[in-house]
Ligand binder design. Sequence first.
Ligand SMILES: Cc1cc2nc3c(=O)[nH]c(=O)nc-3n(C[C@H](O)[C@H](O)[C@H](O)COP(=O)(O)O)c2cc1C
Length: 426
Amino acid sequence: MKCVDDFRLRFGSRELVPIMSGGMGVDISTAELALEVARLGGIGHISDAMVQTVSDRRYQTHFVKEKTKLFKYNVANSDKSDILFNLDRLAEATKLHVGRTMDARRGDGMIFINCMEKLTMNAPRETLRVRLSAALDAGIDGITLSAGLHLGSFALIADHPRFRDVKLGIIVSSLRALQLFLRKNAKLSRLPDYVIIEGPLAGGHLGFGIDDWQTYDLRAIVTEIQLYLKSQNLEIPLIPAGGIFTGSDAVSYLETGSAAVQVATRFTAVRECGLPARVQQEYFKAGEVDIEVNTISPTGYPMRMLKNSPAIGDGIRPNCEAYGYLLDGSGNCAYITAYNREVAAHPDAKKVAVYDKTCLCTAMRNFDCWTCGHYTYRLKDTTRQLPDGSYQLLSAEHVFHDYQFSTDHKIALPPLAPEAAVVKPA
Ligand SMILES: Cc1cc2nc3c(=O)[nH]c(=O)nc-3n(C[C@H](O)[C@H](O)[C@H](O)COP(=O)(O)O)c2cc1C
C-alpha cells in the first residue's frame, strides 16, 4: 500500500515531499507554519493578505496607525475613494514579512506566498504589482496567484529579473479559468510552474457559484484539466486542493498523475497556525451542521465558515481608513453599501446588524470570521480530547508526517502531550 512519501514533486532538479500547506489569510498560515512545512521538505505558504497589519503585529511596525492617522478625517464619510495605499510603505511591509520568513528558512523545502487578486486595495493593478515585486525582491521561492482570474498578473512582473526563475502558480477551479489564463499569457512565453486546482470542499473563498458549488467534484475537474493539458502537449504539475483529509486521499491523486496536493484544514489545528487557541477549539467542536457556505464576503465569492462566526451579522462601522483592502478601483466595497442601508433603515439604533455582508478586513484581522474547509467537522477525530473537554492542539510536524506516511485512511493521534505543550496563548 502506497503512502505520500513514495512520491516526489519535481521542480527542475529539486525534489520535494508533495505536500503544500495552503495560504490562509490573514496570517492564519503563519511564517512558523510555513517554515515547519519547508523544514520537513514540503512547500509552505505564507499569505500577503493585510500585510501591513500582519507586519505591525509581528514586527512592531506602525503601518496601520500611520494610515489611520492620515485618513482620520474621512471616517464618517461613506465615500472611501480617497483611501489609497502608499505604495512604498506597502512594499516595505511585504519585504519585511517575506524577508524575515526567508531568512529563517531551514531544510530542503520551499516557501511560497499566496496573493489574492480580490484584495483590490482601491488601486488593483498598482497595489498588486507592488505586492508581487516586493515579494520577489525579498527572495520568495514562489508566488501562488489566487482569488481571481489573474489575467494580467504575470505581465505586471514580466520585467522583474526573477520573473523566469521564481516558481509561479495559479489557483483555478475550472478548466475554463485555466484556459483563459493560458490564452491571456501566451505572448509572455512563460507557463505557470504549477496549477492548484481547488474544488468545492476547500476553506476560504470558493471559485464556484453559491447555488451550484455542490454540483462540482474535485476529481472530475482534475481529470478534465489533465486531459486538456495532454491534448495540448503541455506539462504543468497539477496540485489538487479541497477536502484532501488523509494521506490516502492524497495518494489517490498522486497515483493518478497529480504532482502534489495542497491542504489547509488539517493545519488549522496545529500550534503554529495563527488562529487563537480559543478559535481552534471552535473548529474542533464543530459538527457538519455547524458549517455553511454563504455570501457575506464583499468579494462576491461564496465563502465557507462556521455558522457561529462572530463576523456574521456584526454591523460594525466600515474600517477602511485603517484597512481598506477590499475597496475596488473606485473606492467601493459591498459591505459599505450594506452597512449604510441598515443605518438609513434604523436611524435611532446605537448599533445595526448587517447579515448580508461582513466587514471582512476587520473580521479577518480580529479572527472573527471562522472560515474553514468542509471537513473541519472531522478535526476532532485527529486528536485527543482532554479531561476538561477541550482538544489537544497538534504540531505541524505531526500533521505533516501523518499526511506523508499514513496508509489506509488512518489518522495518527498525537502523543499524549504534557499540559505545558498543549497550551497556547488564547
Ligand atoms: C482557514 C482557511 C483560510 C484560507 N484562506 C485562504 C486565502 O487567504 N487564500 C487562498 O487562496 N486560499 C485560502 N484558503 C484555502 C486553502 O489555501 C486551501 O486551498 C484549501 O482550504 C484546501 O482544502 P482543505 O482545507 O480541505 O485542505 C483557506 C483555507 C482555510 C481552511
